[in-house]
Ligand binder design. Sequence first.
Ligand SMILES: C[S@@+](CC[C@H](N)C(=O)[O-])C[C@H]1O[C@@H](n2cnc3c(N)ncnc32)[C@H](O)[C@@H]1O
Length: 213
Amino acid sequence: MEARPQVALSEAGVARAYKRLAPMYDVLFGRVLEPGRRRMAEVVRALQPASLLEIGVGTGLALAHYPPTSKIVGIDLSHEMLERARERARALPDRQITIEHMNAERTSFADGTFDCVTLPYVLSVTPRPAELVREIRRICKPGGTIVVLNHFSGSRFWWLMERAFRSAAEHVGFRSDFRYEEQILSHDWEVVGIESVNLLGLSRLVVLNNRRS
Ligand SMILES: C[S@@+](CC[C@H](N)C(=O)[O-])C[C@H]1O[C@@H](n2cnc3c(N)ncnc32)[C@H](O)[C@@H]1O
């Protein structure tokens, strides 16, 4: 397949895009991406991690589905998305949920803080995906679990979507051309599970062990 330049996203650009999207995010992307979120949360429930970090928590759509016993931290770049996540967290008063404004590419967490880190629909949105991967591997315990939920290019359907979306990608704040081989297989973590989720298998749920393979 021909090599194409990646769409360049910036921290300010992502914050701007999600400031605009926040009021309508749940209507546009709530239900359509929900099967993937539910399946991701099921995987996390089976693990019962004591500590869990959700990267790009957005409006907090997954929060209610995580294990009730986990101590959860959700971080995001967008204040407007986080306001909605905080509302959702307040509606779950018996849970231990902290919501913080933070760039996941350079967090303030110590090495090995979390048993599990989830990335629902964020890896293709962050300005520097490789930086984000480096940072989550640092703050996830060695041998801990990282769960990536994302679209990856390659299918015939995505081939059409890529062409439809590429020019608009910066406005919407995501990359449509995002290759599994480059973004997942190029790192030395261990892939322990992969499955297609969402309508037409649009997204993939990838479960990774944070050990150096
Ligand atoms: C497509 S939304 C996904 C929201 C939510 N996880 C969901 O399941 O719908 C992507 C979110 O990631 C956030 N984001 C993108 N890059 C980020 C980064 N480097 N650090 C923190 N949040 C980031 C955006 O602000 C946005 O809220």
